[in-house]
Design a protein around this ligand. Structure first.
Ligand SMILES: [Zn+2]
Length: 207
């Protein structure tokens, strides 16, 4: 089993690209304004993460937070398992195709390995659950939704040249979830999840 990493970062980058298009200033992914050598890191239209808080909290900070304030959304871990795996998948595990690439970097002109790489690539469908820890203002919720829809525009990470990380959104659900856990007479734990679609409420906010 593997954990899919980087999805929160991807959403953060989608927010940055979106905000740039919309002409609003938001937190950059870096919390420093310059390198140790004094070179500016933060491009125009951004401020170092958390620099806006608390006086002028920007829309990204209202969602993602920083070291000054915890995030108002929580990502549930996305767990994947290979479709070739012998064990039966349990619970919220996503079954996908996983490939491994092993290679090493050799020092120039020698057969001496400097570094060994083992990278896993996967393809397939998975669900990403984001929990809202607090009620978000309509404008903030709208920005979050727009950023989620923007994610497929990026999705290339730092590895643009090898084409890794193509993402496609298939479906979005916006729902209220109630989870209850009860112990039966036999001592088994029974977990129940009740969901209620909030699309109507969302439509009202977005219109
Ligand atoms: Zn900010």
């Amino acid at each position: 089993m593997y954990l899919v990493k980087g999805l929160r970062g991807l959403l953060g980058h989608a927010m940055m690209a979106l905000a740039k298009e919309q002409g609003r200033e938001i937190c950059h992914s870096s919390d420093k304004s310059e390198t140790q050598k004094g070179e500016q890191i933060i491009p125009e239209g951004f401020h170092p993460t958390g620099a806006c808080y608390p006086k002028n909290e920007c829309i990204k900070h209202k969602i993602m937070g920083s070291i000054h304030r915890p995030s108002r959304i929580k990502f549930e871990p996305v767990i994947i398992v290979s479709s070739q795996a012998k064990q039966k998948p349990i619970g919220n595990v996503n079954v996908v195709h996983i490939a491994t690439e092993k290679r090493n970097a050799l020092a120039f002109g020698t057969k001496k390995a400097i570094q060994d790489f083992g990278e896993r690539y996967f393809s397939g469908e998975f669900s990403l659950k984001i929990e809202l820890l607090e009620e978000l203002a309509p404008e903030v919720l709208k920005f979050l939704l727009q950023a989620l829809l923007y994610m497929p525009e990026l999705g290339l990470g730092a590895s643009v040249n090898n084409g890794a990380g193509k993402i496609e959104l298939l479906e979005i659900a916006f729902e209220e979830v109630q989870r209850t856990r009860a112990v039966t007479m036999q001592g088994e734990i029974r977990e129940e999840e009740k969901t209620r679609s909030l699309w109507k409420e969302l439509e009202a906010i977005l219109s």
